[in-house]
Design a protein around this ligand. Structure first.
Ligand code: BDP
Length: 728
């Protein structure tokens, strides 16, 4: 009786416990992508066995917000990866301790006398070495600065996550570029220009009183790849962001980022002295204007002592700027630079400048406006140049300014958010695209004068260096809308740290950290990633075509469009299709924009026989029957490239489907759904572009190209975005 009774009472408890366990397991396994590449789930058993003796405790002496962050990250990370507690210890009381810090914060590290080596690596560089401390084998992660120690800690975790050996470590790293900055195009109302992953992460209404704890995870993620700056507001800036109220809010964000080495910057609206200060002019040479900016800088630095500086989009797409007052870009930039200089702030002046005058070649505009001012910018000004001369297209040749401003500190701007690349619906890994520009040879100082060497200062010797990425983050639970778009955030950080890193390595490590350790699956995922950009070029804009996207939102094709008020916003301006052929003549017989490149580059691009095929229609208007390198006519080649792009997406879908059992169900299904949209879009691109260009070429589709599914009229009637519910 008693036993029966007992059983009755205990059953609900057992059930509840089992339920709770299952529930917790389910929740723990919820794979919504929030954790990004910082997942810290147990590694494969044999690796845990190998790592265990080398990772027994975490020793971070001293206290500061950054040191506390290092301690927490390493203890959590190692505990998670090794599937059991890795405790925090006060000293090296056992073999296998991981000791982290700076000579200033840690007597243990000071005792190693690595001062000179650490000084040479700077406050963001680090050493990771397997050494003995008091006869005990330990791993030391040391830096001259706490941020460097944090970067070292993340590097160590990455080694574990990527299953690398850690028993004889001798790693020495420092970032090649100083400014590794995300540009958020976030408006103060929470909307993100060209954002496809929800709303802004900055809740301006709740700030400064309430700071979303998610900002810490944002900063952690950035620090894990070495990103050290964040421009919080849109380059199409509101002056309001410089008001006293908003500066207090910005200061609260800066406080949240600071432990992770991420400094805040703001986009500054050039006319703010008028809008906020009530002045009659924003003329950069006006003494009152100068004084206004100086007072503004003083006010900012009182609140945010490590404020990074201003990013400025001036006289571009309707933004105010010095040209409004008949002053040069250099005069405008230098005036702001003078206000920031006493505080060690910088001005990042954007070279994305074009005046849509009839008859102009937009690709030539920035060079014409800025190159004459080489050598005239103040020492704390950087010129931020987009990778290509038009606008973040799937493929562009490198921007000619990279090879033409030897006396200016030029930094590279890339777009992480996929404005022109399928937004948050298409899987397009951007590292190969950024590698392409970094590896481009400007020939500015003879062969080997790559863009990477321009931006790291080694070619022309600039003091300030950097790379900016237009962010793809937002309030979506998985941060970036598409799980694979996280890989582009990751890749940006890795390349800004080391612009020589191979795409393959980035894809490989990110896949292991984010998805799986299964070697076949890693291989398959990395292959999809590495091929994806070329495929997107094929199904969107092959052979040097560009800017064929639907006007305004830039999702899907609209090559026929000619109704924008400014000609340079019309696709027809860029492809110039006619009965004779296709492409923009940028040689002597056309706009001659090609002359902005150094002679060997210019000559190669300008000659139809030597121009790389990938830039053919960028530089040349080519007859439909011109024979390309495959021996096919331009028309046939074009059609087959479009088809190849579609075929690739089909293949990628199949490869992804095959990974069904290896990747967690939640993310697998989410990516599969996006890939199906990508396939539909790729076919839509092929069909609408070919049908439209066929009205000029008057030639049949070659064998191997599928028949188009709808009429041109149908494709013209509706944009892909309008029939698409899944894109934000
Ligand atoms: C273009 C975007 C536009 C941006 C502009 C810029 O379409 O929204 O404001 O670039 O970089 O790509 O300023």
């Amino acid at each position: 009786m008693f036993r029966e009774h007992h059983r009755e009472r205990i059953w609900p408890i057992i059930c509840l416990t089992v339920f709770l366990q299952l529930f917790t397991a389910a929740v723990a396994k919820a794979e919504d992508g929030y954790r990004l590449w910082l997942r810290y789930d147990p590694l494969p058993g044999e690796m845990i066995g190998a790592y265990r003796p080398r990772v027994t405790s975490v020793v971070v002496q001293g206290r500061s917000a950054t040191l506390d962050a290092i301690r927490a990250e390493l203890a959590d990370g190692c505990t998670g990866l090794l599937g059991g507690p890795v405790p925090v210890a006060g000293g090296v009381d056992r073999a296998g301790a991981v000791v982290v810090g700076t000579p200033q914060s840690s007597p243990l590290i000071a005792g190693l006398r690595w001062g000179r080596r650490l000084a040479a690596l700077g406050p963001e560089g680090f050493l990771i070495r397997s050494v003995r401390l008091g006869q005990r084998p330990v791993t030391v992660i040391a830096s001259d600065g706490e941020t460097g120690a944090l970067y070292g800690a993340f590097h160590f975790l990455r080694l574990l996550q990527a299953l690398q050996p850690i028993d004889r470590l001798d790693v020495s790293q420092k970032p090649r570029l100083q400014l590794r900055v995300l540009n958020h195009w976030d408006n103060l109302d929470g909307q993100i220009e060209r954002g496809y992953a929800g709303r802004s992460l900055w809740d301006w209404k709740a700030l400064p009183e309430t700071v979303d704890p998610r900002l810490r995870d944002y900063a952690r993620a950035n620090a894990s790849v070495g990103i050290n700056g964040s421009v919080l507001n849109n380059v199409n800036a509101s002056a309001q962001s410089l008001s006293a109220d908003y500066l207090r809010k910005t200061a609260a964000i800066a406080d949240a980022f600071r432990p992770y080495g991420v400094r805040v910057y703001l986009s500054a609206r050039f006319s703010a002295p008028v809008e906020l200060g009530g002045l009659k002019t924003a003329d950069p040479l006006d003494p009152e204007v100068k004084a206004w900016w100086q007072r503004k800088a003083d006010e900012i630095y009182k609140l945010i002592p490590d404020f990074g500086g201003f990013l400025v989009k001036a006289n571009s797409e309707g933004q105010p700027g010095p040209r409004t007052y008949n002053r040069s870009h250099a005069e405008g930039a230098n005036m702001l630079a003078a206000a920031l200089a006493p505080h060690k702030g910088v001005v990042i002046w954007r070279a994305f400048v074009y005046d849509p005058k009839p008859g102009d070649d937009r690709a030539a505009a920035a060079y014409d406006e800025l190159q004459p001012f080489d050598g005239q910018f103040a020492p704390n000004v950087l010129l931020q140049v987009k990778n290509g001369p038009v606008d973040f297209q799937p493929r562009e040749p490198f921007h000619p300014l990279f090879g033409a401003m030897p006396k200016t500190q030029v930094m590279l701007e890339v777009q992480i958010t996929q404005e022109y690349l399928g937004q948050s619906n298409h899987l397009v890994f951007l590292a190969p695209m950024w590698r392409e520009v970094l590896d481009s040879d400007t020939h500015a100082r003879g062969p080997g004068s790559t863009v990477a060497k321009v931006i790291d200062g080694s070619l022309f010797g600039g003091r300030l260096t950097g790379m900016a990425g237009v962010a793809n983050t937002g309030s979506d639970r998985n941060w970036t809308g598409h799980h694979f778009a996280q890989g582009n955030w990751y890749a940006f950080g890795r390349l800004a740290w080391n612009p020589d890193l191979p795409s393959r390595q980035i894809a490989d490590e990110w896949t292991r950290m984010t998805f799986t350790h299964d070697p076949r699956a890693v291989e398959s995922v990395a292959r999809i990633m590495l091929e994806s950009r070329e495929a997107a070029v094929d199904y969107m804009t092959p052979l040097g075509l560009h800017h064929l996207m639907w006007a305004g939102h830039h999702y899907g094709p609209q090559p026929w469009w000619d109704k924008e008020p400014s000609p340079v916003w019309n696709p027809v301006y860029y492809h110039r299709a006619d009965a004779r052929g296709l492409g923009f003549d940028r040689t002597k017989t056309g706009s001659n924009a090609v002359s902005q490149y150094q002679p060997p580059v210019r000559d190669r691009f300008a000659d139809l026989d030597t121009c790389p095929e990938k830039f053919l229609l960028w530089f040349h208007h080519v007859p439909w029957d011109w024979r390309v390198r495959s021996g096919r006519t331009l028309w046939d080649e074009l059609a087959l490239r479009y088809q190849r792009g579609v075929d690739w997406v089909r293949g990628a879908r199949k490869s992804w489907d095959d990974l069904g059992g290896v990747i967690d169900a939640e993310r697998h299904a989410a990516v599969a759904k996006k890939l199906s949209v990508q396939e539909r879009d790729a076919a839509w691109w092929r069909d609408s572009c070919l049908l439209y260009f066929q009205t000029f070429s008057q030639r049949p589709l070659p064998p191997g190209v599928e028949q188009t599914r709808r009429t041109l009229r149908e494709y013209m009637a509706k944009s892909l975005l309008d029939i698409d519910a899944t894109n934000h």
